[in-house]
Ligand binder design. Structure first.
Ligand code: F6R
Length: 369
């Protein structure tokens, strides 16, 4: 049932192009608009929304962090993202104009369920983004947008994460479409780009052998750091989480701009640092800043592992290892940039003799608070 792969995780990483395509299927019509009829919250209610709050745990929380960039950019609605386990204990400000989005692969995560119950008690509408048909979280929500990743067996989430991102982009674009923002043209372009994105995920998967080789050489390291900016920051957090749970290594993700406020003190000779570089097009200011961050850490001895778009030549002089990803619109880059980090963690876990599909101390769905 592992389809010829040694681990479910490898199979699920390989299934990502299909999972992404399946999650888009039937949701973009012939004219290039979104048709999310399943989101039963009437457009009139969506037009009244004045705040979006996303609650989730772990990997799903990282999808939520990325969604914030998309939602705020395309809809201009303020968006907060919070760990479900923190949310209801701080008396959050919620009312009927707040749209709460609960993201969960399993649909059974107790922390997320308790957060959404709290939100509904305050009169907010809850939209679930979920991978498991008929599970508790969608049953208790006002509406659900299912991700079509198919069953995810490995404890570490991979294909579910990519499809959560797709679902978040769809919600952000749909809100933009319903509310009619000044980004109308950009929204149409991005919907078109999104409809081709599974090919880009496929292309990344075809080029992963050097990442595996690199991972094997790092098996005796104690620490790996991850840096990113903009949507690359949550990608860095996700890369670090994958490495912790699979390789049992100390891994931390930082916003690259925070380096000089503390973390740069951690940099020492030969410390592996993975840097997720944003597109040199689009927000080119951030790109230039991250290139100087790479320069700074390399000058202090770090071994730089740079994930950068094809054609980005500025990073070449400072990359000890360069991993190329296809060019995508800025906000969509996490769909391709996360894949090498999944492969990296999986291979390191294997090299360290760890059980890839069933890491120690972890359960696939966490049904206790
Ligand atoms: C990490 C991982 C966990 C889950 C988290 C939420 O690889 O799998 O961090 O993402 O426990 O689970 P769901 O999405 O089922 O609510």
């Amino acid at each position: 049932e592992k389809g010829g792969y040694d681990y479910f995780m490898l199979k699920e990483i390989a299934e990502q192009p299909k999972a992404v395509a399946d999650t888009l299927l039937g949701r973009i019509d012939a004219s290039g608009s979104l048709t999310l009829d399943e989101v039963r919250i009437p457009p009139g209610v969506l037009r009244e929304v004045d705040k979006v709050v996303i609650v989730a745990c772990g990997t799903a929380f990282h999808a939520g962090l990325i969604a914030k960039y998309a939602i705020e950019h395309w809809t201009r609605i303020p968006c907060e993202v919070e760990l479900a386990s923190e949310f209801r204990y701080r008396d959050p400000i919620l009312d009927p104009q707040t749209l709460v989005i609960a993201i969960s692969q399993s649909g059974e995560t107790m922390d997320t369920l308790m957060a959404l119950r709290h939100a509904r008690e305050q009169g907010s509408k809850v939209l679930a983004i979920c991978n498991t048909n008929g599970s508790t979280i969608p049953r208790e929500s006002d509406a659900v947008l299912y991700t079509h990743a198919g069953p995810e067996v490995a404890v570490a989430s991979t294909k579910a994460f990519l499809t959560q991102l797709v679902a978040c982009y769809l919600v952000a674009l749909y809100l933009g479409q319903v509310r009619g923002t000044k980004w109308g043209d950009e929204i149409r372009d991005v919907i078109r780009d999104l409809s081709h994105i599974s090919g880009a995920v496929e292309r990344v998967l075809e080029t992963m052998e050097p990442v595996r080789e690199l991972a094997r050489t790092l098996a005796d390291k104690k620490t790996v750091l991850f840096l990113g900016r903009h949507v690359g920051y949550p990608v860095a957090l996700e890369g670090a989480l994958k490495l912790k749970e699979l390789a049992y290594m100390h891994a931390e993700g930082f916003a690259a701009g925070e380096l000089k406020h503390g973390p740069i003190a951690l940099i020492e000779e030969d410390l592996p640092v993975v840097v997720v570089v944003p597109s040199p097009r689009g927000r080119s200011v951030i790109h230039d800043k991250i290139v100087s961050n790479i320069q700074e850490i390399r000058a202090r001895g770090a071994r730089t592992i740079v994930i950068a778009e094809e054609g980005d030549e500025a990073v070449v002089p400072y990359a000890d290892h360069l991993v190329r990803i296809p060019a995508t619109p800025t906000l969509l880059q996490p769909l391709v940039a996360t894949v090498p980090l999944q492969v990296f963690a999986c291979e390191l876990a294997t090299a360290r003799g760890n059980e890839v599909d069933q890491p120690r101390n972890l359960a696939k769905s966490v049904t206790v608070e």
